[in-house]
Design a protein around this ligand. Sequence first.
Ligand SMILES: [Zn+2]
Length: 64
Amino acid sequence: MGTKCPQCHFDNPSDSKFCKECGTQLIPKEEIPVTETIETPKEELTAGSTFAGQYQIIEELGKD
Ligand SMILES: [Zn+2]
């Protein structure tokens, strides 16, 4: 199993650090940092507003 170049999708040997085709730095799958950040909406959601154009806020929850 080789390392596919993210740039040109050239299949490089798994031990190569740079793409043999275009020279892009190859990062082994295990080393790819997971940057899955869940962003909270900055705007305050109020009753009646539409969230992501899909869900309508019926009422505000957890408001003291
Ligand atoms: Zn490449």
